[in-house]
Design a protein around this ligand. Structure first.
Ligand code: SF4
Ligand code: SF4
Length: 622
């Protein structure tokens, strides 16, 4: 069965504030270069839940076990709840712990037991381990986030993790021993990392589901379970002793009186994200000088875990836990508790761990330098400083994360602010250019419109002028379709054309071939195909003769024709004048040629006579 990741980021709710990136102690959140959305890298995540608690828009959720638990209960199998003692700090709104025991029973659990007894057993194991010092210092393994952190980021320290199961697992073993091996176990606690821890445990310590306190509250609401409607109910045995103090970080030590005396003790307890990071780092590098065992919790004690209601007050919860522990101790039967310890102390509480190195190789100095220059932070290359708004302790660490593909440059406010300024500047220049282009476009559009208007006007004038001519004018396209024809053309063609004109005013679009005889329109076809003009050609048309000139207006596209009716008085007179002028011109030309020839003959005769005279004169002198 594939299990969904422990934590997920939902992009639809994410506002890209990167609080999660900043808080994640192991940089398990990558920001996508393109979408700029963060996403959790499950292999790197230690399940601490810090990102979940830091995300104010609630874009991060953890794997819910509610349906799993409902299915387990509905299956008809016996299910035992094992409750972390931190429940006393969480449910301050419930007046007596015996009420919430009954509320849990009402959900359908067959048994309701407490992890405090498991704490007592585990604490006893620790006492023996720590007192039997053989030269190796240990880190206690009660916090699953700390265990995961060491396995992934300090794998060489794995052998220093105390080889003892967590109280949750110890309690599951006890419950199965007492109530049957086949029983299902649901752990109820403040921790979400325990959900992943449970996946790794097999055998009699296995946990079938882990419910957080907030999930438990949801179930109470869903099934409308209210303490006011219920009577008291006690936990099912075995009952815990000082293990009830477990939610407070050194509670497990007090459970078996492990000395915390600063002078004589040999164990250091610490809690919280930053303290945990420092503690493991120092354990790794300085244990030869520190020479102490470490009891480390990631959260501010389990009572502030990410599975508790958000906004809880630490010291109020601390007080509620100690009050609860006192109450339990006042009613505890020490003899019965001792008998129970003796009964279960023989169980196997050992555990091992697996190194799972998730450390990324450090990029080369050149690469780091390149990134620092890219984000304009090269001046910070040797410094440990930075505004930390990107989520990294200094600019160098940020550059390393970028080089490792975990972060993007835009997470740097200074860089993205500068980019924004440059972007605004570019945008402004572009806008100005755009405005200029638009203005130029507007002017050229106006000009084009003016030109078009004046062309239309000229065309109308030309058309009007053509209509006034006594000669027929026609313009046709390459298909001999009429584009323009004047009234004189229609009149010259006669009645048939006049009828077509009535249907198609101006004969526009009419086929010249249907209006003219073949020998006539062939002149137009010839000019179209050859681009050669035909001038003043007499063409027989009906009973008369037309004088036709056809010329190309645009090569192979448009031709125009001027047709004159030779029998029209104006044309006739003009033609006679033109023709007479032609005859006179021809005669004059001929006379000139004759005169030239006569002139040339006379000159030759003169030359000959002059030569004879000259020869006579010279003979006389002799
Ligand atoms: S904390 Fe992370 S997941 Fe939540 S809104 Fe901010 S960037 Fe998105
Ligand atoms: S749970 Fe912890 S380790 Fe995992 S992504 Fe969130 S902050 Fe990082």
């Amino acid at each position: 069965m594939t299990v969904s990741p422990l934590l997920e980021i939902h992009q639809d709710a994410c506002i890209k504030c990167y609080s999660c990136v900043r808080i994640c102690p192991v940089k398990a959140i990558r920001v996508d270069v393109n979408t700029e959305y963060p996403s959790i890298i499950p292999e790197r995540c230690i399940g601490c839940g810090s990102c979940f608690m830091a995300c104010s828009p609630a874009a991060i959720t953890y794997r819910s076990s509610i349906n799993e638990v409902k299915e387990l209960i509905a299956s008809g199998e016996k299910v035992a709840a094992v409750c972390d003692p931190a429940i006393s700090g969480e449910f301050h709104d419930i007046t007596d712990y015996r009420k919430f025991v009954q509320m849990i029973r009402n959900l359908g659990f067959a048994y309701v037991t407490e992890v405090s007894f498991g704490v007592d057993l585990v604490a006893k194991e620790y006492k023996e381990l720590l007192e039997d010092f053989k030269g190796k210092y240990h880190i206690m393994a009660n916090c699953p986030a700390v265990v995961s952190f060491i396995e992934k980021y300090y794998p060489e320290l794995v052998s220093n993790i105390a080889p003892i199961v967590s109280p949750m697992v110890a309690t599951a073993k006890v419950v199965r021993q007492r109530y049957g091996q086949e029983i299902k176990v649901v752990a109820i606690g403040p921790c979400i990392a325990a959900k992943d821890e449970a996946l790794r445990i097999t055998g009699d310590g296995r946990i079938d589901a882990v419910l957080t306190f907030t999930e438990l509250r949801r179930l109470f609401n869903e099934f409308n379970i209210r303490e006011t409607q219920l009577e008291f109910s006690e936990f099912d045995p075995p009952l815990g002793n000082k293990g009830s103090l477990y939610p407070i970080s050194d509670g497990i030590l007090q459970a078996v009186d492990i000395s915390e005396n600063l002078l004589s003790g040999n164990i250091i307890t610490t809690e919280g994200r930053n303290n945990m990071l420092c503690a493991v780092k120092e354990f790794d590098s300085r244990i030869d000088l520190i020479r102490r065992h470490f009891n480390i919790f990631y959260d501010d004690g389990c009572l502030m875990g990410p599975g508790t209601s958000q906004g809880g007050e630490k010291f109020l919860r601390h007080t509620l836990v100690t009050d609860y522990a006192n109450k339990r101790l006042n009613t505890l039967d020490p003899e019965a508790w001792k008998r129970d310890i003796d009964e279960f102390k023989g169980l196997d509480f050992s555990r091992d761990y697996v190194p799972d190195d998730q450390r990324l190789p450090l990029p080369s100095e050149e690469k780091i330098e390149e990134v620092l220059e890219m984000i304009h932070r090269q001046d910070q290359r040797d410094n440990d400083i930075g505004c930390e708004s990107c989520g990294y302790p200094n600019c160098r660490e940020f550059a390393i994360a970028i080089a490792q593909g975990l972060a993007t440059t835009d997470m740097c406010h200074i860089f993205s602010g500068r980019n924004r300024q440059e972007y605004i500047k570019t945008l402004r220049t572009t806008n100005e250019k755009l405005a200029k282009t638009q203005e130029a476009l507007r002017i050229s559009e106006e000009k084009a419109k003016q030109e078009k208007d004046s062309q239309l006007e000229i065309s109308a004038l030309v058309s009007a002028m053509l209509q006034q001519l006594v000669s027929g004018v026609v313009i046709v396209d390459e298909n001999l379709r009429i584009l323009h024809a004047n009234k004189a053309f229609i009149r010259i063609l006669g009645e048939e054309a006049a009828m077509v004109d009535e249907v198609i005013p101006g004969l526009e679009g009419a086929d010249l071939k249907s209006l003219l005889p073949i020998h006539f329109y062939k002149i137009f076809s010839f000019v179209l195909s050859s681009d050669e003009s035909v001038e003043r050609k007499d063409v027989q048309y009906g009973n008369g003769v037309l004088n036709v000139s056809v010329f190309s207006l645009r090569s192979k596209k448009f031709v125009g024709g001027i047709i004159r009716d030779m029998y029209m008085p104006e044309v006739y007179k003009e033609q006679i004048i033109t023709r007479m002028k032609e005859v006179i011109d021809q005669n004059f030309d001929m006379v000139q040629k004759i005169a030239f020839l006569l002139g040339e003959g006379a000159a030759k005769t003169e030359q000959m006579l002059n030569a004879i005279i000259e020869s006579h004169q010279s003979q006389n002198k002799k």
